[in-house]
Design a binder for this molecule. Structure first.
Ligand code: ADP
Ligand code: MG
Length: 709
């Protein structure tokens, strides 16, 4: 238990309500609650966003571009009359701040609550990174606090800077954190003693004090290391325990009866790459075991995952089971169906089931799956409707897995447990999850804990590097001339836009291009060429027809929204133009680019963008610098944060407060090793040495029901 006394001599505990603290009334308490802080413990665990090093305090004339610094200044003037008006945007607030050496402009874009504070003549301490914008020196959205009574904490060289909510100030937060500190005195260590010693971690009491009020950088980095390690260890231990629980009750079916990799490879029109061969052997080893396979196959776009999945299907069916291949879109499902039914022609009974299917077709398919006459069903989520049952489902492949909700995947994995004549009762199918959005090692670690994973880290031979260029819309004429030339050589092109149609009413989309208007534009510009339009609001059969015509080479230019994002494979397409590239995420851009460069010809990706937003620039810069999907995924993760990707939150996995998986991979790996050691000696975490730790794991994972599959 953490106990301590606050300044007034009252005892405070981690579970003490923050409202018992001086200066926290109902209003402030509600604001704190909005930050997830209701108890002293929450307060202690809401770590600073950054720190202000008071030793770095400078004068305004000494500010330098790009270097974080703090300075004290007086409000000279406040204006919300901007130099130019941005359509549809709120007017920013411009505050001119000066000291004896000079003045600087401070800009706030959302000024709803702060303009009242900035009355000319008042003094504030600002903390931020000066930038140069259109030649002018600026500080955008700095942290700031009133400099009244600035002498109070003059003794502290490094001050915490907290995330705030409108109505709270740094001063409030610092005062409350100070007041909460006594609660850490005598804190009981959560982590097993052996781990603390082996990893040379600093104790919990010191870590909690120093993360807020470090005496120096050294103390801060020790505190941070300890808390990051703690977070990752708790996370990893919790995930591993879930996996142990999941595996203990599950039985699968050993698939050893037939279908060797060599036999399968003879069906292919090419030979496997080394990486494909290795991954197939990993998959087959899993399938030969009577524990259900749970394997993630990652491979960059074009690395040939479909052929690996097909090998697994072959093995499953040759061993007397049925298999399912599930894709997130109908286009992709149809393409898989086309390829797989051709590959297995005369060998397996392959069928397609999508939500567009007629009632009669649907009836025939469900019957064939239930009586076992269908060996392989390819489809979308239509495959996981309750009326679909299997006679003997042995393998579930999900392609582009992150597009599915976790519940959909669970539903499919459970299909193996019921079924037809009851022969499948209690037997779980093997599960193969494929993704072309390489999941950074760090994120795979969160999502899948100890899930087995294979990587296809080699492209089929003969591929050429895609040439990627960024241009402004002033160059669009040239871009489409180039597209015309490629098409004249017999190649095909994709053009992607963020909107389906022009929508003049919405200000936020006024500057965006639409697939419809582009189709018109290109039909005129590139005369005599067949331009087709594809978007998500079209009827399924229309989409299929458009896609089929592009695949068959009957369409030269396909203008679309992101519906072509995943999986579509047309080796003759050599140009990908992405309009308003600033509107697409990094992983998405990489996916789109992966639609070209699939054949032997030189391919190109052109990003059209006028935005000068820093994030958008970072994304296109990464795109032009690298085509390594894993690097791009890591960048994407660090630009967006893990919570946004793939809906980590929906699993109920505790949020990380301090650990950044893009940066702390080495610590994560150490934590994983430590977690494995702890659990191997005490799987239930009931030994006295692990009890406090076990309680904490239990508490953090209280909302988690299912993870991964
Ligand atoms: P992805 O991993 O993006 O799903 P696909 O499975 O669609 O990639 O494969 C991309 C293309 O490469 C397809 O045309 C496929 O037939 C081809 N391919 C796959 N493996 C090989 C290989 N070993 N040698 C040559 N071509 C291959
Ligand atoms: Mg694919």
């Amino acid at each position: 238990m953490l106990t301590g006394e606050d300044a007034r001599g009252d005892r405070i505990y981690p579970d003490t309500d923050v409202r018992f603290m001086k200066g926290v009334g109902p209003k402030k308490a509600a604001l704190l609650a909005g930050l997830g802080i209701t108890t002293i413990g929450d307060l202690l665990y809401s770590f600073p966003r950054t720190y202000e090093d008071r030793r770095n305090r400078v004068t305004i004339s000494n500010l330098t571009e790009g270097a974080a610094a703090a300075f004290k200044g007086r409000i000279l003037s406040v204006s919300n009359k901007p130099a130019y008006h941005i359509k549809g945007k709120k007017t920013p607030l411009y505050v001119l701040v000066g000291d004896d050496t000079g003045a600087i402009e401070v800009v706030f874009f959302n000024s709803r609550y702060i303009d009242r504070m900035f009355t000319p003549g008042r003094e504030f301490v600002f903390f931020g990174v000066p930038q140069r914008n259109r030649g002018k020196f600026q500080l955008v959205h700095p942290d700031f606090e009133s400099a009244d009574g600035d002498a109070d904490d003059a003794g502290r060289p490094i001050m915490p800077v907290y995330a705030l909510k409108a109505g709270l100030t740094q001063k409030d937060m610092r005062r409350w954190h100070e007041a909460a500190l006594p609660a850490v005195r005598g804190a009981e260590e959560y982590l097993p003693k052996r781990v603390v010693e082996a990893e040379k971690l600093c104790g919990i009491a010191r870590a909690l004090k120093d993360i807020h009020f470090p005496a120096d950088r050294d103390a801060l980095s020790q505190a941070r290391y300890r808390l990051v390690f703690e977070e990752l260890l708790l996370l990893q231990t919790g995930l591993m325990r879930l996996k142990l629980g999941r595996e203990s009750g599950q039985k699968g079916l050993a698939k050893t009866a037939g279908g060797s990799a060599e036999e399968f490879e003879k069906l292919l029109p090419f030979s496997f790459t080394g990486a494909q061969r290795r991954v197939v052997s990993e998959v087959f080893a899993d399938m030969a075991s009577d524990r259900p396979m749970n394997r993630l196959v990652q491979g960059d776009v074009g690395s040939g995952k479909t052929a690996v999945a097909a090998a697994a299907v072959y093995r499953a069916v040759k061993s007397g089971c049925q298999a399912v291949v599930m894709a997130p879109t109908e286009i992709l499902a149809s393409q898989h169906y086309a390829w797989l039914s051709k590959l297995f022609d005369g060998l397996l009974n392959v069928t397609l089931l999508t939500s567009g299917a007629s009632a009669a077709k649907r009836g025939a398919v469900t019957e064939g799956l239930a009586d076992g006459s269908i060996d392989l069903a390819v489809g979308t989520h239509a495959l996981i409707q309750p009326d679909v049952t299997f006679r003997r489902l042995g393998l579930v492949v999900t392609d582009e897995q992150h597009r599915f909700g976790v519940n959909q995947r669970i539903a499919l994995a459970r299909k193996g447990t019921g079924g037809g004549d009851g022969r499948g009762e209690g037997i779980f199918p093997d599960v193969l999850v494929m993704t072309a959005t390489p999941i950074p090692r760090s994120l795979a670690f969160i999502l899948y804990g100890d899930l087995d994973s294979s990587v296809i880290d080699e492209l089929p031979p003969g591929r050429r590097k895609i040439i990627t260029k960024t241009v402004t819309s002033a160059k669009r004429g040239e871009v489409y001339r180039f597209v015309g030339e490629e098409v004249a050589k017999g190649r095909q092109a994709y053009v992607v836009a963020p909107l389906i149609e022009d929508n003049d009413e919405s200000e936020t989309t006024a500057d965006l291009r639409s697939a419809e208007s582009l189709t018109d534009e290109l039909t005129k510009k590139i005369a005599g060429r067949r331009v087709a339009l594809l978007h998500g609001r079209m009827k399924q059969h229309e989409k299929n027809a458009v896609m089929a015509s592009f695949v068959a080479g009957e369409t030269d230019i396909l203008v679309s929204t992101v519906v072509i994002e995943v999986g579509v494979n047309v080796p003759n397409a050599t140009v990908m133009v992405i309009e308003n590239a600033e509107r697409f995420g990094l992983a998405q851009l990489h996916q789109l680019r992966g639609r070209v460069g699939r054949g032997g010809e030189q391919s190109y990706c052109v990003l059209v963008m006028d935005s000068d937003s820093e994030d958008a620039r970072a994304r296109v810069k990464t795109m032009t610098e690298t085509d390594d999907g894993f690097r791009i995924a890591e960048m994407d993760l660090s630009l967006r944060g893990p919570g946004e990707l793939f809906g980590v939150r929906q699993h109920g996995i505790p949020a990380l407060r301090l650990a950044d998986l893009a940066r702390h991979i080495r610590i994560a790996e150490k934590a994983k090793t430590a977690a494995r050691e702890i659990l191997s000696g005490d799987p239930m975490l009931v030994k006295p040495a692990n009890r406090v730790f076990g309680d904490r794991v239990e508490f953090l994972f209280r909302d988690v029901t299912e993870v991964g599959l």
